[in-house]
Design a protein around this ligand. Structure first.
Ligand code: HPA
Ligand SMILES: [Zn+2]
Length: 352
């Protein structure tokens, strides 16, 4: 945990999380428990799966996004029942709330679950049950869900998943707040997904996002904006390498959902200090700070805030700018944004 004198302030500051994969919140202990309860066999030929301790030790040695994804997809194959998704989501929400998260937009990967025989309805009923329980228990918390397409699967499978999601009507009844895309990035150019995003837009899904600029070059971010019509970029870290793109992001108010600990653990950067946090702040690029896959990357939202503070020594004014930007970039109602902004201003006033 952060020893910096601003730790208490960062804890108290109402935070928005826009980039957490619910499947990335499974601890090694829970993973082994669920594997045993649901009779899912873990790979016998990988010594990392000998015990929770050996698995956790393997997480310290990730070499890249794809190296992590290999473990992430095996890890979430232990989720079977709606109650598994409910418990995972409720536990994440209670931990996030204890760290001062007041608005959470949670990713999940329906395509991979459906392909291994877990119905979309099973997943969503678990997520919804957790949301209802959390909103009852944590009155200052709002929760939204965003399904992500997976780029390592064939493009036609993505078309099929979008069609299934559209048929449920869940984009228009408050169940799903937007539509995203994740998984492997290099060589997965946005042009491959143009028709899928066009179909989503044509059906009336306005809140579109995609993971780009995590490992891929700034051109992927530019092309995601122009070809896919995304309103937000998940990660977007490498946008800082292109001055024109920085200006475009600032002018359009496009939010980047940065994941600092994730970038360090997956070796996108050698150290936290290499992240373009100061550059984005100075250029008025809106961003939020997020945990991505907290069970794998050594920290939830507050640990990410503290790590950024340790590396950059930001001021209360800087954090005010980050907090307001994250609220403005959230996918919630105008009224909810006003509430969140009020809560942030109350905390900021105590610290000026
Ligand atoms: O950081 C990520 N990047 C891409 N796909 C992912 N799926 C879970 N986490 C990630
Ligand atoms: Zn992610």
């Amino acid at each position: 945990m952060c020893n910096n004198q601003l730790h208490q302030f960062l804890h108290a500051l109402p935070k928005c999380e826009h980039h957490v994969h619910i499947e990335g919140t499974i601890s090694p202990e829970l993973l082994f428990n669920l594997a045993s309860r649901n009779k899912i066999s873990l790979p016998m030929d990988d010594s990392a799966f000998e015990s929770p301790a050996t698995l956790r030790a393997r997480y310290d040695k990730f070499t890249s996004l794809d190296d992590f994804l290999h473990y992430y997809f095996i890890g979430f194959s232990v989720l079977l029942e709606a109650s598994d998704f409910e418990a995972l989501t409720y536990d994440y929400l209670s931990l996030a709330y204890s760290q001062g998260v007041h608005h959470a937009e949670i990713f999940f990967d329906p395509q991979a679950h459906v392909l291994r025989g877990v119905a979309y309805q099973t997943i969503i009923s678990g997520l919804n049950a957790a949301k209802q329980r959390a909103q009852r228990d944590f009155p200052k918390l709002s929760v939204e869900f965003i399904p992500c397409l997976l780029r390592h699967l064939p493009v036609p499978s993505g078309h099929g998943m979008l069609a299934e999601l559209l048929e449920t009507g869940h984009f228009f009844d408050g169940t799903l707040v937007g539509f995203g895309m994740s998984s492997t990035e290099l060589e997965m150019h946005p042009s491959l997904y143009k028709e899928i995003y066009e179909a989503a837009r044509a059906a009336g899904v306005a809140n579109l996002t995609a993971h780009y600029g995590e490992e891929g070059p700034p051109d992927y971010v530019k092309d995601a904006l122009s070809l896919l019509g995304v309103r937000r970029i998940d990660h977007g870290r490498r946008s800082a390498e292109d001055e024109e793109l920085i200006a475009q992001l600032a002018d359009t108010g496009t939010m980047l959902t940065l994941c600092p600990l994730s970038n360090v653990v997956l070796k996108g950067v050698e150290s936290m200090q290499e992240l373009p946090i100061r550059r984005f702040l100075d250029a008025n690029v809106r961003f939020s700070i997020n945990s991505d896959d907290p069970a794998y990357f050594g920290g939830y939202v507050l640990e990410n805030y503290c790590a950024v503070q340790e590396a950059f020594g930001l001021s209360v004014d800087d954090w005010g700018k980050i907090a307001r930007g994250a609220i403005t970039g959230s996918w919630c109602s105008h009224t909810r944004k006003e509430q969140l902004l009020k809560e942030v201003e109350e905390v900021l006033q105590q610290w000026v």
